[in-house]
Write a protein that binds this ligand. Structure first.
Ligand code: ATP
Length: 228
């Protein structure tokens, strides 16, 4: 479970990105985070994987206070939280296989286990036959699928995605969404910030709307609710 209690985030330049967030996200939920540009969506989800720390308030991931986690323990926290970005963030000189394997090597896993698990993940995302391709040899949709395989390789309880379809055409976007739905059906909590109205309105999951750093709407089977 992800819990935020009275969370504020003020950046170094004085920008108040979050202004008192209270929220609970249960295991196995699928949640969209929506809102206008600059509303605080990315900041909200960056706090979940400790890319940023709250200025005030408490964030608990499965009961663990994220702010108190010591630096050397962060890789172990992150092992339980897969992250997917709009621009994929794959390492350009590594193959699809190596990009996924790297996420496991970072947490010291035996070699044979790595091979089996990486192949399993590439199969899940439909790219088993492209495992030796470099990111530059893959389409945007394929690169995003590699990044999802990488995010899932340590079998995390949470998958956090910041506009994962932002650079993709509708067909590739839907492929990514079906994959996230499948991952969620297997028990992983999915939290996804998005500007994609069609996807939110079609898939009908929980929708949390953020405006000027506060939650203005939190609905089960919610709608996108904005015009862009
Ligand atoms: N590292 C940073 N340093 C200073 N200010 C920041 C930083 N990151 C974000 N901000 C500011 O905090 C506010 C919230 O930004 P955030 O990226 O969380 O919004 P967002 O809802 O994700 O926007 P978008 O939909 O455009 O991605 C904005 O005013 C932004 O300029």
């Amino acid at each position: 479970m992800i819990e935020m209690h009275d969370v504020y985030k003020v950046y170094g330049n004085g920008v108040k990105a979050l202004n008192g967030i209270n929220v609970k996200i249960d295991q196995s939920e699928f949640v969209y985070v929506v809102g206008p540009s600059g509303a605080g969506k990315s900041t909200f989800i960056k706090l979940m994987y400790r890319e940023e720390k709250p200025t005030h308030g408490v964030i608990l991931i499965n009961g663990v206070n994220v702010k108190r986690v010591r630096n050397w323990k962060i890789p172990y926290l992150r092992r339980n939280i897969g992250v997917v970005f709009q621009d994929y963030k794959l390492l350009p000189n590594m193959t699809a296989y190596e990009n996924v394997a790297f996420a496991m090597e970072a947490v010291e896993t035996p070699h044979r286990k790595i091979r089996r698990r990486v192949q399993e993940m590439l199969e899940l995302v439909g790219l088993y036959d492209r495992m030796n391709a470099l990111p530059s040899q893959l389409s945007g949709g394929e690169q995003q699928r590699v990044s999802i395989a990488r995010a899932m390789v340590n079998n995390p309880g949470f998958l956090i995605a910041d506009e994962p379809t932002g650079n993709l055409d509708p067909e590739n976007s839907w492929d990514i969404m079906y994959l996230l739905e499948e991952i969620n059906a297997r028990g992983t909590t999915v939290v996804m910030a998005t500007h994609n109205k069609e996807i939110v309105n079609t898939m009908r999951k929980r929708v949390i709307a953020v405006e000027q750093g506060v939650i203005v709407r939190d609905e089960q089977q919610g709608e996108y609710g904005y015009e862009d």
